[in-house]
Ligand binder design. Structure first.
Ligand code: GAF
Length: 415
Protein backbone atom coordinates (compact mmCIF):
# COMPACT_ATOMS: atom_id res chain seq x y z
CA UNK A 1 0.00 0.00 0.00
CA UNK A 2 1.27 3.49 -0.81
CA UNK A 3 0.92 5.90 2.09
CA UNK A 4 0.10 9.24 0.51
CA UNK A 5 -0.42 12.56 2.28
CA UNK A 6 -1.64 15.28 -0.01
CA UNK A 7 -2.62 18.61 1.47
CA UNK A 8 -4.20 21.03 -1.00
CA UNK A 9 -4.27 24.66 0.06
CA UNK A 10 -4.78 27.88 -1.94
CA UNK A 11 -1.61 29.26 -3.54
CA UNK A 12 -0.29 32.70 -2.55
CA UNK A 13 1.61 35.08 -4.86
CA UNK A 14 4.83 34.01 -6.62
CA UNK A 15 7.50 36.10 -4.91
CA UNK A 16 9.95 35.54 -2.09
CA UNK A 17 8.52 36.96 1.13
CA UNK A 18 10.04 38.21 4.30
CA UNK A 19 9.83 35.55 6.97
CA UNK A 20 7.93 36.86 10.02
CA UNK A 21 9.87 34.85 12.58
CA UNK A 22 10.24 37.63 15.11
CA UNK A 23 6.56 38.23 16.00
CA UNK A 24 4.76 36.58 18.87
CA UNK A 25 3.73 32.97 18.31
CA UNK A 26 2.46 31.55 21.58
CA UNK A 27 -1.16 32.40 22.41
CA UNK A 28 -1.40 33.51 26.04
CA UNK A 29 -4.09 31.65 27.90
CA UNK A 30 -5.72 33.92 30.45
CA UNK A 31 -7.44 31.12 32.38
CA UNK A 32 -4.09 29.42 32.83
CA UNK A 33 -4.12 28.54 36.50
CA UNK A 34 -7.82 28.92 37.25
CA UNK A 35 -10.53 26.30 37.69
CA UNK A 36 -12.43 25.27 34.61
CA UNK A 37 -9.43 25.48 32.30
CA UNK A 38 -10.17 23.44 29.21
CA UNK A 39 -7.24 21.34 27.92
CA UNK A 40 -5.62 23.14 25.00
CA UNK A 41 -3.82 21.50 22.14
CA UNK A 42 -0.82 22.67 20.19
CA UNK A 43 0.21 21.02 16.98
CA UNK A 44 3.65 21.17 15.37
CA UNK A 45 4.50 19.73 11.93
CA UNK A 46 7.46 17.64 10.82
CA UNK A 47 9.91 18.96 8.24
CA UNK A 48 11.76 17.86 5.16
CA UNK A 49 14.90 19.63 4.02
CA UNK A 50 14.97 20.29 0.27
CA UNK A 51 18.65 21.22 0.20
CA UNK A 52 21.35 22.60 2.53
CA UNK A 53 22.44 19.65 4.64
CA UNK A 54 24.78 19.85 7.64
CA UNK A 55 25.26 23.54 7.00
CA UNK A 56 23.24 24.71 10.02
CA UNK A 57 25.95 24.47 12.66
CA UNK A 58 28.56 26.53 10.81
CA UNK A 59 26.58 29.60 9.79
CA UNK A 60 25.33 28.20 6.48
CA UNK A 61 22.09 28.11 4.49
CA UNK A 62 19.24 25.61 4.68
CA UNK A 63 16.05 25.30 2.64
CA UNK A 64 13.48 23.12 4.44
CA UNK A 65 9.67 23.10 4.45
CA UNK A 66 7.11 21.89 6.97
CA UNK A 67 5.18 18.73 6.04
CA UNK A 68 1.78 17.46 7.19
CA UNK A 69 2.81 15.03 9.90
CA UNK A 70 2.00 16.44 13.34
CA UNK A 71 3.00 16.22 17.00
CA UNK A 72 0.18 17.32 19.28
CA UNK A 73 0.68 18.45 22.86
CA UNK A 74 -2.38 18.66 25.12
CA UNK A 75 -1.94 20.48 28.40
CA UNK A 76 -4.09 21.14 31.45
CA UNK A 77 -3.39 22.19 35.03
CA UNK A 78 -2.94 19.32 37.49
CA UNK A 79 -4.95 19.31 40.74
CA UNK A 80 -2.39 16.94 42.26
CA UNK A 81 0.30 19.63 42.38
CA UNK A 82 2.73 17.57 40.27
CA UNK A 83 3.97 17.67 36.69
CA UNK A 84 2.97 14.64 34.64
CA UNK A 85 4.21 13.88 31.12
CA UNK A 86 2.80 11.06 29.01
CA UNK A 87 2.91 10.00 25.39
CA UNK A 88 0.69 7.87 23.22
CA UNK A 89 3.79 6.44 21.53
CA UNK A 90 5.62 5.32 24.69
CA UNK A 91 4.33 3.35 27.69
CA UNK A 92 6.07 5.23 30.53
CA UNK A 93 4.63 8.33 32.24
CA UNK A 94 7.11 10.71 33.83
CA UNK A 95 6.13 12.43 37.04
CA UNK A 96 7.99 15.41 38.48
CA UNK A 97 7.31 16.38 42.09
CA UNK A 98 8.87 19.76 41.45
CA UNK A 99 10.71 21.61 38.72
CA UNK A 100 13.95 21.76 40.74
CA UNK A 101 17.02 19.72 39.75
CA UNK A 102 15.69 18.27 36.49
CA UNK A 103 18.03 15.66 35.00
CA UNK A 104 17.82 13.57 31.80
CA UNK A 105 16.72 9.94 32.13
CA UNK A 106 17.60 9.03 28.52
CA UNK A 107 14.14 8.31 27.19
CA UNK A 108 11.44 10.13 25.18
CA UNK A 109 10.43 12.42 28.07
CA UNK A 110 13.82 14.17 28.03
CA UNK A 111 12.58 16.20 25.05
CA UNK A 112 9.59 17.84 26.79
CA UNK A 113 11.38 18.02 30.15
CA UNK A 114 14.37 19.70 28.47
CA UNK A 115 11.98 22.27 27.03
CA UNK A 116 10.38 22.80 30.44
CA UNK A 117 13.80 23.37 31.98
CA UNK A 118 14.73 25.94 29.33
CA UNK A 119 11.43 27.77 29.83
CA UNK A 120 11.98 27.82 33.60
CA UNK A 121 15.43 29.31 33.07
CA UNK A 122 13.78 32.17 31.15
CA UNK A 123 11.50 32.85 34.11
CA UNK A 124 8.39 31.19 32.65
CA UNK A 125 6.50 29.67 35.61
CA UNK A 126 3.83 27.18 34.58
CA UNK A 127 1.56 25.84 37.32
CA UNK A 128 1.69 22.03 37.84
CA UNK A 129 0.31 20.38 34.70
CA UNK A 130 -0.53 17.24 32.81
CA UNK A 131 1.04 17.20 29.36
CA UNK A 132 0.09 14.50 26.88
CA UNK A 133 1.84 14.02 23.53
CA UNK A 134 0.56 12.20 20.51
CA UNK A 135 1.17 12.37 16.79
CA UNK A 136 2.08 10.64 13.59
CA UNK A 137 5.61 11.87 12.77
CA UNK A 138 7.64 8.78 11.79
CA UNK A 139 10.25 8.25 14.52
CA UNK A 140 13.93 8.05 13.60
CA UNK A 141 13.17 8.82 9.95
CA UNK A 142 15.09 12.10 9.70
CA UNK A 143 11.84 14.11 9.49
CA UNK A 144 12.41 15.83 12.82
CA UNK A 145 10.08 14.08 15.21
CA UNK A 146 12.09 15.43 18.15
CA UNK A 147 11.95 19.10 17.14
CA UNK A 148 8.24 18.69 16.43
CA UNK A 149 7.66 17.40 19.98
CA UNK A 150 9.83 20.15 21.46
CA UNK A 151 8.00 22.97 19.69
CA UNK A 152 4.50 21.61 20.48
CA UNK A 153 5.57 21.26 24.13
CA UNK A 154 7.00 24.77 24.30
CA UNK A 155 3.79 26.30 22.92
CA UNK A 156 1.63 24.32 25.32
CA UNK A 157 3.65 25.26 28.42
CA UNK A 158 3.85 28.91 27.34
CA UNK A 159 0.07 29.02 26.95
CA UNK A 160 -0.51 27.51 30.38
CA UNK A 161 1.95 29.95 31.93
CA UNK A 162 0.24 32.86 30.15
CA UNK A 163 3.48 33.77 28.41
CA UNK A 164 4.56 34.23 24.81
CA UNK A 165 7.80 34.21 22.85
CA UNK A 166 8.66 34.86 19.20
CA UNK A 167 9.00 31.84 16.88
CA UNK A 168 12.72 32.58 16.74
CA UNK A 169 13.04 32.55 20.54
CA UNK A 170 11.04 29.31 20.73
CA UNK A 171 13.26 27.69 18.10
CA UNK A 172 16.43 28.71 19.94
CA UNK A 173 15.03 27.51 23.25
CA UNK A 174 14.09 24.12 21.80
CA UNK A 175 17.53 23.72 20.27
CA UNK A 176 19.11 24.48 23.66
CA UNK A 177 16.89 21.81 25.20
CA UNK A 178 18.12 19.30 22.64
CA UNK A 179 21.79 20.30 22.86
CA UNK A 180 22.01 20.74 26.63
CA UNK A 181 19.47 18.31 28.09
CA UNK A 182 18.99 15.53 25.55
CA UNK A 183 22.66 15.79 24.57
CA UNK A 184 22.18 15.77 20.83
CA UNK A 185 24.44 18.23 18.97
CA UNK A 186 21.90 19.40 16.36
CA UNK A 187 21.80 22.77 14.60
CA UNK A 188 18.88 25.21 14.42
CA UNK A 189 17.20 24.20 11.14
CA UNK A 190 14.51 21.85 12.43
CA UNK A 191 13.22 23.88 15.35
CA UNK A 192 13.21 27.04 13.28
CA UNK A 193 11.23 25.77 10.30
CA UNK A 194 8.77 23.97 12.56
CA UNK A 195 7.90 27.24 14.28
CA UNK A 196 8.14 29.65 11.34
CA UNK A 197 7.08 27.73 8.21
CA UNK A 198 4.20 28.89 6.04
CA UNK A 199 2.01 26.81 3.77
CA UNK A 200 3.06 26.49 0.11
CA UNK A 201 6.52 27.87 0.86
CA UNK A 202 9.96 26.54 1.58
CA UNK A 203 11.93 28.54 4.13
CA UNK A 204 15.41 29.76 3.25
CA UNK A 205 17.25 30.28 6.53
CA UNK A 206 20.63 31.85 7.08
CA UNK A 207 21.71 30.02 10.22
CA UNK A 208 24.30 32.62 11.18
CA UNK A 209 21.89 35.49 11.80
CA UNK A 210 18.55 33.64 11.52
CA UNK A 211 17.36 35.89 8.71
CA UNK A 212 14.93 34.01 6.52
CA UNK A 213 12.88 34.21 3.39
CA UNK A 214 9.80 32.32 2.25
CA UNK A 215 10.16 30.88 -1.24
CA UNK A 216 7.04 29.81 -3.15
CA UNK A 217 6.78 26.16 -4.07
CA UNK A 218 4.45 26.91 -6.97
CA UNK A 219 6.35 29.35 -9.17
CA UNK A 220 5.96 28.65 -12.89
CA UNK A 221 6.84 25.01 -13.77
CA UNK A 222 7.42 24.15 -10.10
CA UNK A 223 3.63 24.27 -9.76
CA UNK A 224 3.63 21.06 -11.78
CA UNK A 225 5.83 19.16 -9.31
CA UNK A 226 5.42 17.40 -5.99
CA UNK A 227 7.79 16.75 -3.12
CA UNK A 228 7.90 12.98 -2.62
CA UNK A 229 9.58 11.55 0.47
CA UNK A 230 10.73 7.92 0.59
CA UNK A 231 11.40 6.42 4.01
CA UNK A 232 14.17 3.81 3.94
CA UNK A 233 13.11 2.77 7.48
CA UNK A 234 16.81 2.53 8.31
CA UNK A 235 16.77 4.26 11.70
CA UNK A 236 18.61 7.51 11.97
CA UNK A 237 19.58 9.19 15.26
CA UNK A 238 21.44 12.46 15.67
CA UNK A 239 22.18 11.52 19.26
CA UNK A 240 24.23 8.64 17.78
CA UNK A 241 27.98 9.10 17.33
CA UNK A 242 28.31 9.65 13.57
CA UNK A 243 26.50 13.01 13.48
CA UNK A 244 28.66 14.37 16.31
CA UNK A 245 31.83 13.01 14.67
CA UNK A 246 31.01 14.75 11.38
CA UNK A 247 30.28 17.95 13.26
CA UNK A 248 33.66 17.82 15.02
CA UNK A 249 35.47 17.23 11.71
CA UNK A 250 33.68 20.22 10.19
CA UNK A 251 34.56 22.38 13.17
CA UNK A 252 38.24 21.40 12.92
CA UNK A 253 38.21 22.46 9.27
CA UNK A 254 36.44 25.67 10.15
CA UNK A 255 39.03 26.50 12.83
CA UNK A 256 41.89 25.95 10.35
CA UNK A 257 40.19 28.23 7.83
CA UNK A 258 39.60 30.95 10.38
CA UNK A 259 43.21 30.73 11.58
CA UNK A 260 44.41 31.30 8.01
CA UNK A 261 41.68 33.81 7.05
CA UNK A 262 40.78 35.72 10.24
CA UNK A 263 38.10 37.76 8.48
CA UNK A 264 35.98 34.60 8.06
CA UNK A 265 33.22 34.33 10.63
CA UNK A 266 32.43 30.72 9.79
CA UNK A 267 32.26 28.15 6.98
CA UNK A 268 29.14 29.88 5.68
CA UNK A 269 31.42 32.59 4.30
CA UNK A 270 34.31 30.38 3.14
CA UNK A 271 35.15 29.60 -0.48
CA UNK A 272 36.51 26.43 -2.05
CA UNK A 273 39.67 28.38 -2.95
CA UNK A 274 40.26 29.25 0.71
CA UNK A 275 39.69 25.63 1.66
CA UNK A 276 42.27 24.51 -0.92
CA UNK A 277 44.83 26.84 0.71
CA UNK A 278 44.25 25.07 4.04
CA UNK A 279 44.20 21.52 2.69
CA UNK A 280 47.62 20.55 4.06
CA UNK A 281 46.65 21.73 7.57
CA UNK A 282 43.70 19.39 8.01
CA UNK A 283 42.94 15.69 7.64
CA UNK A 284 41.58 14.40 4.32
CA UNK A 285 38.29 13.70 6.13
CA UNK A 286 37.97 17.24 7.49
CA UNK A 287 38.83 18.57 4.01
CA UNK A 288 36.07 16.55 2.35
CA UNK A 289 33.50 17.44 5.04
CA UNK A 290 34.25 21.14 4.57
CA UNK A 291 34.17 20.78 0.79
CA UNK A 292 30.66 19.42 1.15
CA UNK A 293 29.57 22.30 3.39
CA UNK A 294 31.03 25.05 1.21
CA UNK A 295 29.72 23.58 -2.05
CA UNK A 296 26.34 22.90 -0.41
CA UNK A 297 25.95 26.56 0.58
CA UNK A 298 26.54 27.42 -3.09
CA UNK A 299 23.89 24.91 -4.14
CA UNK A 300 21.36 26.43 -1.73
CA UNK A 301 21.95 29.88 -3.23
CA UNK A 302 21.46 28.42 -6.71
CA UNK A 303 18.36 26.53 -5.54
CA UNK A 304 16.85 29.82 -4.38
CA UNK A 305 17.27 31.23 -7.88
CA UNK A 306 15.81 28.09 -9.45
CA UNK A 307 12.78 28.30 -7.17
CA UNK A 308 12.19 31.96 -7.87
CA UNK A 309 12.09 31.35 -11.63
CA UNK A 310 10.21 28.08 -11.17
CA UNK A 311 12.80 25.83 -12.79
CA UNK A 312 12.37 22.21 -11.61
CA UNK A 313 15.14 20.92 -13.87
CA UNK A 314 17.75 23.12 -12.22
CA UNK A 315 16.37 22.59 -8.72
CA UNK A 316 16.36 18.82 -9.26
CA UNK A 317 19.90 18.88 -10.63
CA UNK A 318 21.10 20.74 -7.54
CA UNK A 319 19.34 18.26 -5.24
CA UNK A 320 21.06 15.35 -6.97
CA UNK A 321 24.43 17.12 -6.79
CA UNK A 322 23.79 17.61 -3.09
CA UNK A 323 23.26 13.87 -2.70
CA UNK A 324 26.51 13.05 -4.46
CA UNK A 325 28.34 15.47 -2.18
CA UNK A 326 26.75 13.94 0.92
CA UNK A 327 27.56 10.44 -0.28
CA UNK A 328 31.17 11.04 -1.36
CA UNK A 329 32.41 14.01 0.68
CA UNK A 330 30.31 14.05 3.82
CA UNK A 331 29.95 10.25 3.82
CA UNK A 332 26.63 10.29 5.63
CA UNK A 333 24.61 8.11 3.25
CA UNK A 334 23.94 4.37 3.48
CA UNK A 335 23.39 1.76 0.77
CA UNK A 336 19.60 1.75 1.18
CA UNK A 337 19.44 5.52 0.67
CA UNK A 338 21.82 5.42 -2.32
CA UNK A 339 19.63 2.74 -3.87
CA UNK A 340 16.50 4.86 -3.39
CA UNK A 341 18.22 7.84 -5.01
CA UNK A 342 19.56 5.84 -7.97
CA UNK A 343 16.19 4.20 -8.58
CA UNK A 344 14.36 7.51 -8.27
CA UNK A 345 16.59 9.16 -10.86
CA UNK A 346 15.84 6.35 -13.33
CA UNK A 347 12.06 6.86 -13.07
CA UNK A 348 9.93 9.07 -15.34
CA UNK A 349 9.15 12.52 -13.99
CA UNK A 350 11.92 12.64 -11.37
CA UNK A 351 13.89 15.91 -11.54
CA UNK A 352 16.18 15.19 -8.61
CA UNK A 353 16.65 13.07 -5.50
CA UNK A 354 18.75 13.21 -2.38
CA UNK A 355 19.22 12.06 1.19
CA UNK A 356 17.43 14.50 3.53
CA UNK A 357 18.11 15.25 7.22
CA UNK A 358 20.93 14.10 9.45
CA UNK A 359 21.80 11.02 7.38
CA UNK A 360 22.97 7.47 8.16
CA UNK A 361 19.46 6.29 7.27
CA UNK A 362 16.16 8.10 7.21
CA UNK A 363 14.50 9.44 4.08
CA UNK A 364 15.14 10.66 0.58
CA UNK A 365 13.44 13.76 -0.83
CA UNK A 366 12.50 13.73 -4.50
CA UNK A 367 11.20 16.39 -6.87
CA UNK A 368 8.71 14.70 -9.18
CA UNK A 369 6.29 15.83 -11.92
CA UNK A 370 2.79 15.85 -10.48
CA UNK A 371 1.37 13.53 -13.13
CA UNK A 372 4.10 10.95 -12.40
CA UNK A 373 4.07 11.16 -8.60
CA UNK A 374 1.74 8.22 -7.85
CA UNK A 375 3.44 5.90 -10.33
CA UNK A 376 6.85 7.06 -9.05
CA UNK A 377 5.87 6.18 -5.47
CA UNK A 378 4.55 2.76 -6.47
CA UNK A 379 7.58 1.83 -8.59
CA UNK A 380 10.10 3.06 -6.04
CA UNK A 381 8.47 1.07 -3.25
CA UNK A 382 8.37 -2.00 -5.43
CA UNK A 383 12.06 -1.75 -6.35
CA UNK A 384 13.04 -1.26 -2.68
CA UNK A 385 10.99 -4.27 -1.59
CA UNK A 386 12.65 -6.45 -4.21
CA UNK A 387 16.15 -5.30 -3.32
CA UNK A 388 16.00 -5.19 0.50
CA UNK A 389 12.80 -7.11 1.38
CA UNK A 390 11.72 -3.97 3.21
CA UNK A 391 8.66 -1.72 2.90
CA UNK A 392 9.52 1.92 2.19
CA UNK A 393 6.58 4.19 3.05
CA UNK A 394 6.38 7.00 0.48
CA UNK A 395 4.72 10.34 1.26
CA UNK A 396 3.62 12.89 -1.33
CA UNK A 397 3.68 16.17 0.56
CA UNK A 398 2.82 19.80 0.15
CA UNK A 399 4.32 22.51 2.35
CA UNK A 400 2.20 23.33 5.39
CA UNK A 401 2.16 25.94 8.16
CA UNK A 402 4.40 25.82 11.19
CA UNK A 403 3.18 25.18 14.73
CA UNK A 404 -0.33 26.29 15.65
CA UNK A 405 -2.82 26.20 18.48
CA UNK A 406 -5.09 23.51 17.21
CA UNK A 407 -8.44 23.84 18.88
CA UNK A 408 -8.63 27.63 18.89
CA UNK A 409 -10.78 29.49 16.39
CA UNK A 410 -8.03 32.03 15.72
CA UNK A 411 -4.55 31.39 14.33
CA UNK A 412 -1.52 32.42 16.41
CA UNK A 413 -0.34 35.94 15.78
CA UNK A 414 2.51 35.62 13.26
CA UNK A 415 3.28 39.31 12.82
C1 GAF B 1 19.56 16.98 11.79
C2 GAF B 1 19.85 18.14 12.73
F1 GAF B 1 18.94 18.16 13.74
C3 GAF B 1 19.81 19.45 11.97
O1 GAF B 1 20.16 20.49 12.83
C4 GAF B 1 20.73 19.41 10.75
O2 GAF B 1 22.08 19.51 11.12
C5 GAF B 1 20.47 18.16 9.93
O3 GAF B 1 20.49 16.99 10.71
C6 GAF B 1 21.47 18.02 8.80
O4 GAF B 1 21.31 19.05 7.90
O5 GAF B 1 18.25 17.07 11.31
Amino acid sequence: MIIVFVCTLPYPSYTARECPAKGSLAVPCTQASGKGFEPVEFSAPARVNLIGEHTDYTGGLVLPMAIPFRSIATIQPSDAGIYELSSENFPSTRTLQSTQGLVPVHEWSDYPVGVLRELLSLGVKPPPFRLHLRGNVPLGAGLSSSASIEVATALAILALADASLSPQAIALLCRRAENNFVGSPCGIMDQFVITAAQANHALLLNTRDLSCELLPMDQDRLAGTRIVIANSTVKHSIAGGEYGLRRREVEIGQSALRARFPELRDLGEATLEQLAVCQSKISPEAFRRCRHIISENGRVRAAREAMLVGDPIELGRLMTQSHISQRDDFECSVKEIDFLVEQALSLPGCFGARLTGGGFGGCTVNLVAVEDAERFAFTLKDAYRRRFLLEAPVYICEAVDGAVRQNASTRPDRR
